[in-house]
Design a protein around this ligand. Structure first.
Ligand code: ATP
Ligand code: MG
Length: 564
């Protein structure tokens, strides 16, 4: 991973374990991890945690990390997902070099391993149906029962397994099961299915196979084949470890160390591929990369830089117990990175027209503005100014609360880097809405300087009405209205917790330079927040997505004022 994730990686239990293994020379000092997604959906922020961990650990210890697609389920997998996953991992900074692997590349070897288990009397072909197998399995409190087919002879099993491969049987007619222990307290060990019949086309092997290995069987053998030293996985795999041992041990093949860590849970957010698919499929969002989605592609489109995601993953660290992280922590990381990287420009998203009565008609001036207040190396740009400008509706009040330092009848404010103006009159429509302000400017205040030391506290952003460019701005809020979207009463689902106001669109005005920035760049609209130019932009109408708000100090002042 890039350098910014390397610092501040304190020692957690995973790194401590690896250090220990290195000390004892267990894997010859080698560290080799992998990120093993199933290509059945788009990656989300939870996967980012796993990516940062696996690629991060490898880099810190001078090791390697593979990208491996655990593509054992032909029905749910698609090339679209393979491409998006590789793109997302690379964007986050994961570098697998030439080690992009697919479990499907090992199908022939899995088959040989399975035959080997049969020969050792450790696997058998079962004719029970899926329902019967479930029923025979027993429960947490009662042991399972043995299948009547459990004691088939080796030759018969080998023959049947070969014929399963040959496509002779229908889906579900037979399975291959590991022969372990139907009375095991660990239900996973009660003769788990390791192969099933699926007459389905696989995204890489096509029609070649009529049988497919189960995830658990393929996953641990793939790790073994690739010489993975430390198999980092989430806590729900704790019970699978025993199974992986029993898949690998009889084969007498190389054995990685599995280490489990807690999944990422985030407030206001769903991190489950199955549920995210539902949001896309049922049209609750505009697609996988809808900027409200917690997918990597959604965050990218929203304008979140990869460094912010890495920073977030580094800050939350890894733990052995499940917990839920506050979304505000993620936003903090976004703001911190964008504060450094984003240029500052001016846009007005709720425009109110201001006519500067004593400014000569037809006159245009250009003001030179820095692109970043703390980084002069980023240069300046010229911003045109004229007699008519737009300011933010919210920056004017007919009846201002106390300590309101912005515009109201009679008040004087600074137009950023331009002039001091005083409000003379507000023009209302028939309904009493303010539709225009008449102001005057102080010609001696060029650049926004007070000519005689008089104090002017408010500074407003603005856009010249003659030179500004119209744009669409999308204001995003949380996709879910409650901190734990999965917490629902009987008869409801997480869908009922969607936030109906998660997207609002505004007709905005941009300073000219803002309309010209490249698609995908995130900038700060001064005083408003961070915004990313979206690919829906046309030459006539740029479209911007709000990445994050700035901390809103005004809201705080006004809250205090009104005693709320
Ligand atoms: P989902 O529950 O969203 O379907 P998954 O675990 O089925 O996720 P995989 O493609 O198997 O998805 O995930 C690849 C890797 O990412 C696995 O090692 C998995 O443990 C890890 N991972 C998935 N979700 C999270 C999460 N929320 N936090 C940390 N790691 C995760
Ligand atoms: Mg999984």
């Amino acid at each position: 991973m890039a350098n910014d994730s390397d610092k501040a990686q304190g020692t957690d239990f995973i790194r401590a374990r690896i250090e220990e293994d290195n000390k004892t020379g267990r894997f010859g000092g080698k560290v080799h991890t992998r990120f093993p997604p199933e290509p059945n959906g788009y990656l989300h922020l939870g996967h980012a945690k796993s990516i940062c961990l696996n690629f991060g650990v490898a880099k810190e210890f001078g090791g390697q990390c593979n990208l491996r697609f655990d593509d054992t389920n032909p029905v749910k997998e698609e090339d679209e997902y393979v491409h998006s996953i590789a793109e997302d991992v690379a964007w986050l900074g994961g570098d697998w070099e030439d080690r992009k692997f697919f479990a499907s590349d090992y199908f022939e070897r899995f088959y040989e391993y399975a035959e080997d288990l049969i020969r050792k009397g450790k696997a058998y072909v079962d004719d029970l149906s899926a329902d019967e197998i479930r029923e025979y399995r027993g429960t947490l409190t009662s042991p399972g029962r043995e299948s009547p087919w459990r004691n088939r002879g080796v030759e018969e099993n080998l023959d049947l397994f070969k014929r399963m491969r040959g496509g002779e049987f229908a889906d579900g007619e037979k399975v291959l099961r590991a022969k372990i222990d139907m009375a095991s307290p660990n239900i996973i060990m009660r003769d788990p299915t390791i192969y099933r019949i699926r007459h389905a086309s696989h995204h890489r092997t096509g029609e070649k196979w009529a049988i497919y290995p189960m995830y658990d069987f393929a996953h641990c053998i793939s790790d073994s084949i690739e010489g993975i030293t430390h198999s980092l996985c989430t806590l729900e795999f704790v019970n699978n470890r025993e199974l992986y041992d029993s898949d690998l041990d009889p084969q007498e093949i190389y054995h990685p160390q599995q280490i489990e860590f807690a999944r990422l849970n985030l407030t206001y957010t769903i991190l489950s591929k199955r549920k995210l698919i539902q949001l896309v499929r049922d049209g609750h969002v505009a697609g996988w990369d809808d900027p409200r989605m917690p997918t990597i592609s959604g965050l990218r489109r929203r304008g979140v830089p990869p460094s912010a995601i890495r920073e977030f993953c580094s800050r939350i660290g890894v733990a052995r117990a499940d917990s839920t992280v506050e979304y505000s922590m993620f936003e903090y990381c976004i703001r911190e990175k964008l504060n450094e990287s984003a240029s500052r420009l001016m846009a007005v998203i709720e425009p109110l027209k201001v006519v500067i009565e004593n400014y000569p008609e037809g006159q245009v001036e250009e003001f030179e503005m820095p692109n970043h207040p703390e980084d002069r190396a980023r240069g300046t740009r010229k911003v045109p100014f004229g007699r008519e400008i737009y300011i933010e509706k919210d920056d004017f009040r007919l009846e201002p609360p106390k300590k309101f330092h912005r515009l109201f009848p009679g008040s004087e404010v600074r137009l950023r880097h331009a002039y001091l103006i005083t409000c003379r009159e507000a023009i209302l429509d028939d309904d009493g809405n303010v539709v225009e302000l008449r102001c005057t400017y102080d010609p001696e205040s060029r650049g926004g300087q007070s000519p005689d030391g008089r104090k002017v506290r408010g500074t407003l952003h603005w856009v010249s009405a003659d030179h500004g460019k119209p744009a669409k701005v999308r204001l995003y809020d949380q996709l879910f209205a409650v901190p734990n979207p999965d917490d629902v009463p009987e008869g409801k689902t997480f869908i009922d917790n969607l936030n109906p106001a998660s997207l609002e669109t505004r007709d905005a005005w941009l300073e000219p330079a803002l309309a010209e920035i490249p698609t995908g760049e995130t900038v700060q609209f001064e005083r408003l927040g961070y915004f990313c130019k979206d690919r829906d932009s046309t030459p006539e109408t740029p479209v911007f997505n709000r990445t994050a708000t700035l901390r809103d100090t005004w809201a705080k002042v006004e809250k205090k004022e009104s005693g709320k």
